[in-house]
Design a binder for this molecule. Structure first.
Ligand SMILES: Nc1ncnc2c1ncn2[C@@H]1O[C@H](COP(=O)(O)OP(=O)(O)OP(=O)(O)O)[C@@H](O)[C@H]1O
Length: 241
């Protein structure tokens, strides 16, 4: 379970995140939407403890991230927008290396099975990652997350730049993880994927979570309308849905 409690972050005089409260339970996919600079990456970075909050708390499986950082990392997998893999290693070698860093180095047959389970073509498994497309790299990222067997997953714009087929493949893999009771928090600009794949949707603006709703409560068209109205509105009391 992922939880932010009255979470705020200031960079110098700039308030990047203001009093964020959110909770992602096992089997939920919470999609954070918002314009550039809204505070999505700041939120993800706070969960990863890449940065420290100015005030408030981040909890992972009820453990406070700043005081129990090593313990919380065991329960957390992370896929950034541009996954850093070693280009001169194969997909299989990258998977073994990065999963090994988390203490769960899979043997070769297990690593092959994991890569197959995320839909990496068999002929690609032994190819150097420098020859992979972005979609193939993101599949390796999912395989690394699966190898870790973490019950919480953070994703920062994982499908940006993927073609529709690769984006669809990726969305399906997330659904598999959701079925396995992983709690997923994803920053995205993709309203369609948020509506289709998310169980919950948050709309952020200027560091604030303005709306938080269940995706079943809204159609894609209504979501787009709400998003655009939220971006336009000066006074959020005027935003209605
Ligand atoms: N290291 C930093 N130092 C100073 N300001 C920062 C830093 N990182 C982010 N910010 C500011 O904090 C605010 C939130 O940025 P953040 O990266 O969280 O936005 P975002 O919603 O992820 O945007 P994008 O969609 O472009 O990724 C922005 O105003 C940004 O300029």
């Amino acid at each position: 379970m992922l939880e932010a409690i009255n979470l705020s972050k200031k960079y110098g005089g700039h308030q990047a995140l203001i009093n964020l409260n959110l909770k992602v339970s096992p089997g939920e996919v919470f999609c954070l939407l918002g314009a550039n600079g809204a505070g999505k990456t700041t939120t993800i970075n706070l969960f990863m403890s890449f940065i420290q909050p100015t005030s408030g708390e981040v909890r992972i499986n009820n453990l406070e991230v700043n005081t129990q950082s090593q313990e919380t990392k065991k329960h957390l997998a992370y896929i950034p927008e541009n996954l850093s893999l070693y280009g001169n290693l194969t997909g299989l070698e990258n998977l073994q290396f990065f999963a090994g860093l988390g203490g769960e180095k899979p043997d070769k047959p297990t690593a092959e099975l994991l890569l197959k389970s995320v839909g990496l073509q068999p002929e690609a498994v032994q190819k150097r990652v420098s020859q992979y497309s972005k979609g193939m790299r993101q599949k390796v990222g999912i395989a690394i997350a699966k190898a870790k067997q973490a019950d919480n997953l953070l994703l920062d714009e994982p499908t940006s730049g993927l073609d529709p087929q690769a984006s669809n493949d990726f969305a399906r893999l997330l659904q598999d993880m959701k079925q396995n009771d992983v709690a997923i928090l994803m920053a995205t600009h993709d309203l369609f994927r948020a509506k289709e794949g998310g169980t919950h949707i948050g709309i952020m603006k200027a560091g604030k979570l303005i709306h938080s709703l269940k995706s079943e409560e809204i159609t894609l068209q209504e979501l787009e309308h709400l998003y655009l109205e939220t971006m336009k509105a000066e006074n959020h009391a005027e935003v209605s849905y």
